[in-house]
Write a protein that binds this ligand. Structure first.
Ligand code: ASP
Length: 361
């Protein structure tokens, strides 16, 4: 009887409030924003003493331009995939970052770039490794995703595929920068590691949620200074440096790639969020709060740290929460959403949400 009274009351309420009724019928997924985006340009020992005021402003401007490009796509109703591409292409074009133009040098003083992209709608993914003529490796990765039956192409084969698809290339000197060459020379002269000479990882990435509720992630890098023997890091490895799944989140990482591959960072974060959202089955959806998502990302980054790795991640959840988690002193980063959030930051503790970063610096 009680049930019948409730059903009648609900029907009357729905007739009087058609919009509210529709909202009430939706599962409570806790979606916060219509669209949301986060970007990064690498993490590392980025402290105030190390950056001149001029350099800091250059980085902030570059991040803001990329963030705005991605936000524009999303606010116009474009897809998350288009938004992450728009942001990453601009970061690849900027020699401040270690991706596309400005990539670091290999041991043999060549450039070898890696990139990957993933669409959370259908988990279609594309990745390329060790390409050396592709102006924007992220566009080639997306071409692999959409125009081939493969996920991951490497080296000469990837270059041949690019040629067949008419992907834009650039001569070797387009990618090269004086500062990166000096880093390689120092690394060899001082017999030290890339972390010592670069003090930061300059990989770039973007993650987004669009107005349709679809997620995407993209990452692009030159790798690590002095790499040899065809070394490939986490950035083009789906599940390590990049992952997107509409059921949970989109992640892009930067850091010491070997550790991110071993932990499977991007997939691990998404899986933990998905299991929290759905429990054992796929029928009940529980909202994952911003604090829960932050704790999950921090936990996974703590695992990286425990193994000896450094770096950071950005993520956007299916709720639209855009988060960072890094175990380094700083990370070039930014985020924006349909509710008016719009910020770029460099140093640790610069923003409120940073307070829950893995406490290790
Ligand atoms: N994760 C990249 C790699 O290991 C480096 C970076 O983040 O800058 O190749």
């Amino acid at each position: 009887m009680k049930r019948m009274v409730f059903a009648a009351a609900l029907a009357a309420f729905c007739l009087a409030n058609p919009l509210k009724a529709q909202e009430a019928a939706l599962p409570d997924t806790g979606r916060q924003a219509n669209w949301s985006i986060a970007i990064h340009g690498g993490a590392g020992t980025i402290v105030r003493d190390r950056l001149t005021e001029e350099r800091r402003v250059q980085y902030e401007q570059a991040l803001q331009i990329a963030l705005d490009a991605g936000s524009e796509v999303l606010s116009q109703g474009g897809s998350a995939v288009e938004a992450v591409k728009a942001a990453v292409v601009l970061l690849e074009d900027n020699p401040l970052f270690n991706a596309g133009r400005g990539s670091v040098y290999t041991w043999d003083a060549t450039i070898e770039m890696d990139a990957s992209i993933m669409d959370g709608r259908d988990r279609s993914a594309g990745a390329v490794a060790s390409v050396d003529t592709i102006r924007n490796p992220i566009l080639l990765a997306d071409e692999v995703r959409t125009q081939s039956e493969h996920v991951f192409l490497a080296g000469d084969g990837a270059e041949q595929f690019a040629q067949a698809r008419g992907i834009e290339t650039a001569p070797a000197d387009y990618f090269e920068t004086e500062g990166r060459r000096e880093s390689l020379e120092r690394l060899k002269a001082e017999k030290t590691s890339s972390i010592e000479v670069d003090y930061k990882f300059g990989t770039v990435g973007a993650v987004a949620l669009d107005q349709n509720g679809d997620l995407a992630a993209a990452t692009s890098t030159g790798g690590m200074t002095g790499k040899r023997w065809g070394r490939v890091g986490d950035s083009p490895v789906i599940g390590a440096g990049t992952y997107a799944d509409n059921r949970s989140c989109a992640v892009s990482a930067t850091g010491w790639g070997e550790y991110f591959i071993r932990v499977g960072v991007a997939h691990e974060i998404c899986t933990r969020i998905r299991l929290q959202r759905y429990g054992a089955g796929n029928d009940t959806v529980t909202s994952v709060s911003v604090d829960q998502a932050q704790a999950i990302a921090d936990d996974v980054m703590a695992e990286v740290k425990n193994l000896g790795g450094d770096g950071g991640t950005i993520l956007v959840t299916s709720n639209g929460d855009a988060l960072y988690s890094f175990n380094t002193a700083g990370m070039y980063r930014g985020r924006a959403n349909s509710d008016g959030m719009n910020e770029v930051a460099i140093f640790g503790g610069e923003r409120q949400a940073d307070e829950s970063n893995t406490p290790d610096h």
